[in-house]
Design a protein around this ligand. Structure first.
Ligand code: PMP
Length: 420
C-alpha cells in the first residue's frame, strides 16, 4: 500500500474513496488536528506543514487571533447575504483598499469566483468604456495558466487533464507564451480588453517570469488601453516576501484578484480589487454571490489582514524564504541529477525533480512518511509553501527530512557516494 497509512487511517481513507467522487488523489495522511505549522494525524504522528493548503494557511493553522475574531462574530451574526448591510464588511473593504492601494473591492468566496468576477468586469469594461462590440471582447491568457476550475476558466486552460470531456467551452480567450512579450503582441487584436495573468505561475510548477517581462507588459497594456489583471490568489498577501508579487516587478496592475490566505486559514474568502474607473461597470443585479462578503467571512478576513500587518509576517517571509531557498539549493547540490532546479520567491519554492530519476509524487509520499507535508504539482515539481509563521528550526527539520529522502533515492538509483 503506502508508507504512511495504518489501520485507523485506512478506515478514513477507504471511506472517502468509497463514497467520494474520485477527483482527488490525496497523500495518504489523515489529518486529525493542527496548530500553527504542525499537523497531527489520527495516530498522533506529527508533521511539519510545508504546504499550508496551497497558501490558504499563510497565518498558520487556527491562528488564535483569527479564531477569536471568528468566535466573537459567531456570537453575533454569520450570514445575512448582501441583501442588508453589516458591521464587518465595510471595515474589511476599507482595509483591503489600504493594503492593496485599489479604491474598491468586490468580495466573493473561492478564487475561481473572483477570477470569474474579473472576467465579467473586463468584458463589460471592454464594451462600455473601450467600445468593443458586446460579445467580441477578447482576453489574453498565458499558456500553462491556472485560474480555477469553472467551465469558463478551464476552457482557456492549456492543460488537457483539466479540459478533456468538459466542453463546449466559452469563446473569447487567446493564448500567449508566459514571459514572452512578442507572443503577447501576436495574440492581441483590436478587441483585446484585458490580459489575465499570474505573477508567478503556481500550478504550472512555480515558474518565475523573466526579468523585465512585467514591465514591458505593463507599458504595452497602458499604450493600448488594455487592462492588466493580476491573479494573486496564490501569490498574494505575503507569500512571495512582499505583500503582492507585482511589487517585485515594480509595476501596478489595473486589477488584482485575491483568495486563499484572505480567508485567514479558516474560510473561503476572495476578492476582486480595482479602481472605480473599472469597478464602476458593476451596478445592482449585474453580479453577486449569496455568501460573498458575509459577516463571518468579513470578520475573519479583516482579522487575517491585521495579523499579517501587525505580526510582520510579510517582512519575515522574505528572510525565511531566502533561507529555505538556500538550504534546498544545498540539498540539490548533494543529489544532482535527481533535483534539476530549485526556484521560487519568498516562501513559495518548487523543487524540480528529473523525471528519469523519480516522480515528484514518490518523493512527496516519502516526505510525508518522514513527517513533512508537501505536494507535487504535475509529475516533476515538489511544492514547499509553509505558513509564513514557520520558524527557522522547523525549516531546518523539514530540509533535513528532504535531504534524507533525496539521498536515499539518490543511492537507490546508484548515484550516491556509497553506490557500488
Ligand atoms: N487562481 C490561482 C492563481 C490559483 O492558484 C487558484 C487555485 N490554486 C485559483 C485561482 C482558484 O482558487 P479556488 O481553488 O479557491 O477556486
Amino acid at each position: 500500500m503506502d508508507a504512511t497509512a495504518t489501520p485507523a487511517s485506512q478506515a478514513y481513507i477507504q471511506q472517502e474513496a468509497r463514497f467520494g467522487a474520485r477527483n482527488y488523489a490525496p497523500v495518504p495522511v489523515v489529518v486529525d488536528h493542527a496548530k500553527d505549522c504542525l499537523v497531527w494525524d489520527v495516530e498522533g504522528r506529527e508533521y511539519i506543514d510545508m504546504m499550508s493548503a496551497y497558501s490558504s494557511v499563510s497565518h498558520g493553522h487556527l491562528h488564535p487571533r483569527i479564531v477569536a475574531a471568528a468566535q466573537r462574530q459567531m456570537e453575533k451574526v454569520a450570514v445575512m447575504s448582501r441583501a442588508y448591510y453589516g458591521t464587518t464588511l465595510g471595515p474589511l473593504l476599507e482595509k483591503l483598499s489600504e493594503v492593496t492601494g485599489f479604491e474598491r473591492a468586490l468580495p466573493m468566496n473561492t478564487g475561481a469566483e473572483a477570477v470569474e468576477t474579473a472576467i465579467k468586469c473586463a468584458r463589460r469594461w471592454g464594451h462600455r468604456v473601450r467600445g468593443i462590440p458586446d460579445g467580441e471582447q477578447r482576453i489574453l491568457v498565458a499558456r500553462g495558466n491556472f485560474h480555477g476550475r469553472t467551465t469558463t476558466i478551464i476552457g482557456f486552460s492549456s492543460e488537457p487533464e483539466y479540459r478533456i470531456g468538459f466542453g463546449p467551452f466559452c469563446d473569447g480567450f487567446q493564448h500567449f507564451d508566459y514571459g514572452d512579450m512578442e507572443s503577447v503582441k501576436a495574440a492581441a487584436t483590436q478587441h483585446t480588453c484585458a490580459v489575465l495573468i499570474e505573477p508567478i505561475q503556481g500550478e504550472a510548477g512555480i515558474l518565475v517570469p523573466p526579468p523585465g517581462f512585467f514591465q514591458q507588459l505593463r507599458a504595452w497594456c497602458t499604450e493600448h488601453d488594455i487592462l492588466l489583471i493580476d491573479d494573486e490568489v496564490q501569490a498574494g498577501l505575503g507569500r512571495t516576501g512582499k505583500w503582492f508579487a507585482f511589487e517585485h516587478e515594480g509595476i501596478r496592475p489595473d486589477a488584482l484578484i485575491l483568495g486563499k490566505a484572505l480567508g485567514g486559514g479558516l474560510l473561503p474568502v476572495s476578492a476582486f480589487c480595482a479602481d472605480d474607473r473599472i469597478m464602476k461597470v458593476f451596478v445592482p443585479n449585474s453580479h453577486g454571490s449569496t455568501f460573498g462578503g458575509n459577516a463571518l467571512a468579513a470578520a475573519v478576513a479583516l482579522e487575517g489582514l491585521r495579523v499579517l500587518q501587525e505580526e510582520g509576517l510579510v517582512e519575515h517571509c522574505a528572510e525565511k524564504g531566502e533561507y529555505l531557498f538556500r538550504r534546498l539549493r544545498e540539498v540539490q547540490d548533494e543529489v544532482r541529477p535527481l533535483v534539476r532546479d530549485v526556484r521560487g520567491r519568498g516562501l513559495w519554492i518548487g523543487v524540480d525533480v528529473d523525471p528519469s530519476c523519480a516522480t515528484a509524487r514518490e518523493l512527496v509520499e516519502r516526505l510525508a512518511a518522514g513527517g513533512v507535508l508537501s505536494k507535487e504539482t504535475h509529475d516533476t515539481v515538489i511544492r514547499f509553501a509553509p505558513p509564513l509563521t514557520i520558524t527557522f528550526d522547523l525549516m531546518d527539520r523539514a530540509v533535513e527530512v528532504f535531504r534524507r529522502v533525496a539521498l536515499e533515492k539518490h543511492r537507490e538509483l546508484g548515484l550516491g557516494r556509497n553506490a557500488v
